[in-house]
Design a protein around this ligand. Structure first.
Ligand code: ZN
Length: 360
């Protein structure tokens, strides 16, 4: 009976038309931040990934239960035991899904960033995108030296990056600020290496898992991106936006990481001629960094596996109602070009101040 109820609740949660404004008010800015502030400090307290424990535990449980059921079915020459086991698994999957939604997943259905911010209506032109790319190159060139001197504390203990992250959260929503997560290694590290994934948030521990091969100048942006997810911005483009805004208002090494990311993103979206224009403007230092990242990806990636893993992620995003799937990555460029900013890349929230434009 409990099992039927679990499946029923999971189905209702999956298909019920919940209003983004209600999710924003009741979950993303109220229940969720408190869950994060309880769970992430615990996760930060252990050096290993809680995800590994959960995955190994789950795999062992499934194998033990399945083999017992199979042995029993064989001995009694009946399928009934196997069928009830499958029903238990279905209920287990429903329970895991419900837990996923309660711990983090409902954030997929919160108010989208373009509705949160003051946005100019016109879509950016390719000239504007190239201009932003050239700005990124200029910043990388001038920040390079400062970004590469000395050693930095781990991102989650870096006071400058932490306070920048708190500032960005305050600008974007009325919610208690969440705790930044420690970048952890995991058994999934190899998979990340093969597929070129930079990192992920484990929704069942609200902890950050990072690719073990990230170069030092890549880490701050990846950390801040994952923190964006921890702050309840589940959408990839929004996590990129939060991560970028966080890094540009922190120390030079963090700023460099943000502009480096933006260069990389834009470089993948413009045509060959425009890309050549951006590349020609790069100074020697940033160019070396770019080549180092390309070498890292070429050395480790298995193209077929990479393609397959991004397909799976695309399906996952669509299942969580991110209609654009993987394309949402590039939306950060549009967001940066269309949102209205106060000085210091501070986005203006809707209704935060009277609009001076005559938009209807
Ligand atoms: Zn992400």
């Amino acid at each position: 009976m409990v099992e039927v109820a679990l499946v029923a609740v999971a189905v209702v949660f999956a298909f019920a038309p919940l209003r983004p404004a209600s999710i924003e008010a009741w979950y993303s800015t109220s229940i969720y931040p408190h869950v994060e502030r309880a769970l992430t400090p615990l996760s930060n307290g252990v050096p290993f990934a809680i995800l590994d424990l959960l995955l190994v535990g789950l795999a062992v449980a499934v194998i033990v239960i399945l083999s017992r059921a199979a042995r029993d079915a064989w001995r009694r020459r009946t399928w009934r035991r196997l069928l009830t086991t499958l029903a238990h698994f279905l209920a287990g999957a429903a329970a895991i899904y419900i837990l996923f939604l309660l711990l983090w997943g409902f954030n997929y259905r919160r108010v989208p960033m373009p509705q949160r911010l003051e946005i100019d209506r016109t879509a950016p032109t390719s000239d504007q995108v190239v201009e932003l790319g050239l700005m990124a190159v200029g910043q990388m060139n001038s920040l390079y030296a400062a970004a590469h001197e000395g050693t930095a504390p781990p991102e989650w203990q870096d006071a400058t990056l932490r306070s920048a992250f708190a500032d960005v959260q305050r600008v974007l929503a009325e919610a208690p600020p969440v705790e930044p997560g420690r970048l952890k290694h995991s058994l999934l590290g190899l998979y990340f290496r093969w597929t070129g994934v930079d990192g992920m948030v484990n929704p069942f521990g609200l902890e950050v898992i990072a690719n073990p091969d990230l170069l030092p100048f890549e880490r701050p942006f990846v950390a801040a991106h994952e923190w964006g997810h921890l702050a309840g911005y589940a959408n990839e483009a929004e996590a990129n936006f939060v991560g970028w805004l966080t890094c540009v208002r922190a120390a030079p090494r963090h700023q460099y990481s943000a502009w480096f990311y933006l260069y990389w993103q834009i470089s993948g979206e413009v045509n060959g001629q425009e890309r050549a224009r951006l590349n020609a403007a790069l100074a020697e230092g940033p160019r070396r960094d770019i080549n180092a990242v390309i070498a890292r990806l070429r050395r480790d990636e298995i193209p077929a596996l990479q393609h397959a893993s991004w397909q799976v992620y695309d399906k996952y995003l669509k299942a969580n109602r991110v209609e654009s799937g993987l394309r949402s990555y590039g939306e950060v460029v549009t967001l940066l070009l269309r949102a209205r900013f106060d000085p210091g890349w501070t986005p203006v929230r809707r209704g935060a101040r009277p609009s001076s434009s005559s938009a209807p």
